[in-house]
Design a protein around this ligand. Structure first.
Ligand code: NDP
Length: 275
């Protein structure tokens, strides 16, 4: 299942999504994002996570074209930003994202944040794009169980993915269990705790396998059945983060990392990030 960088999970609609991809938040829409995406594709990555708000979709598209890799071999995710929520605005925002990316479709389109009262309408627009065959899969981001339960009342189509902050300090056990039960693939943002990797447990486990704390965390994600999208602009780290398919953490080691949980967020709390 998880033998190489091209290993995929199968979403509940049958679409295959790589277990590991490159996140491009905070990369500038110029040489920086182009060179990072190129380095990732050269290292074998086949999944890129961007968003309209990152303002680097143009650079992502440029890197994809320059790589010469066939479009259907790369899984591209983008997201509908908060200001674009609502049925009509979402449809227009998707067209604008495609235009910037220079692509005919994305593989996964997400609602970036639930906000308060517009996400059901936004979801209807995603369903329309999906029904029309304009996007391969649709999902949400930063949704708690209560948001997912609310969506259920408005739609038969269960999101294929929920992308949330997830790492050893924020293990999201209840949400992970709910997503598993409902066949929603959980995806980890800020998997590397935004670089705050200085934990003895991660170091000592890594030493046993000749792996870095970052590699231990990314392996922990995958063994929990969570898709992961580490960000780096550094070619050596881009390669390092992908080199997690040749070792396996034991049950005890997984439990030791689970024990680091403090329900600590480095990013915003969806319950407080309202608009
Ligand atoms: P990460 O947890 O991926 O950490 C990135 C930081 O860690 C950077 O400073 C990077 O430095 C550093 N780093 C990368 N690799 C290593 C390594 N092997 N050893 C030590 N340090 C390392 O942070 P992000 O917040 O960027 O999250 C990843 C992705 O998740 C984003 O890029 C974005 O795509 C997505 N995301 C989605 C959100 C949402 O609301 N849906 C919110 C936040 C993120 P450097 O680049 O200098 O190498």
């Amino acid at each position: 299942m998880t033998h190489s960088l091209q290993s995929c999970t199968t979403l509940h609609n049958g679409v295959r999504m790589p277990w590991l991809g490159l996140g491009v938040w905070k990369m500038n829409n110029d040489a920086e994002v182009v060179s990072a995406v190129r380095a990732a594709l050269d290292a074998g990555y086949r999944s890129i996570d961007t968003a309209a708000i990152y303002k680097n979709e143009t650079g992502v598209g440029q890197a994809l074209r320059e790589s010469g890799i066939a479009r259907e071999e790369v899984f591209v995710t983008t997201k509908i930003w908060n200001d674009d929520q609502g049925y009509d605005k979402t449809l227009a925002a998707y067209d604008a994202s495609l235009e910037r990316l220079g692509l005919a479709y994305v593989d996964l389109l997400l609602i970036h944040w639930p906000g308060t009262d517009k996400y059901a309408d936004t979801w209807r627009a995603l369903e329309k794009l999906y029904a029309d065959g304009r996007v391969k899969a649709i999902g949400v981001s930063n949704f708690h169980v209560r948001h997912l339960e609310e969506l259920k009342k408005h739609s038969d189509l269960v999101p294929m993915v929920n992308q949330v902050e997830y790492h050893p300090l924020l293990a999201q056990r209840e949400l992970l269990a709910y997503c598993r039960e409902n066949r929603i693939q959980l995806e980890a943002w800020s998997p590397l705790m935004q670089g705050n990797l200085d934990h003895e447990a991660l170091r000592s486990i890594g030493a046993k396998y000749g792996k870095s704390p970052a590699q231990v965390v990314l392996r922990w994600d995958i063994q929990h059945g969570v898709v992961t999208i580490p960000k780096s602009v550094t070619p050596a780290r881009i390669a390092e983060n992908a080199n997690v398919f040749d070792f396996e953490l034991s049950g005890d080691e997984m439990a030791l990392i689970d024990d680091l949980n403090r329900d600590h967020r480095f990013g915003s709390d969806p319950e407080k990030f309202l608009f």
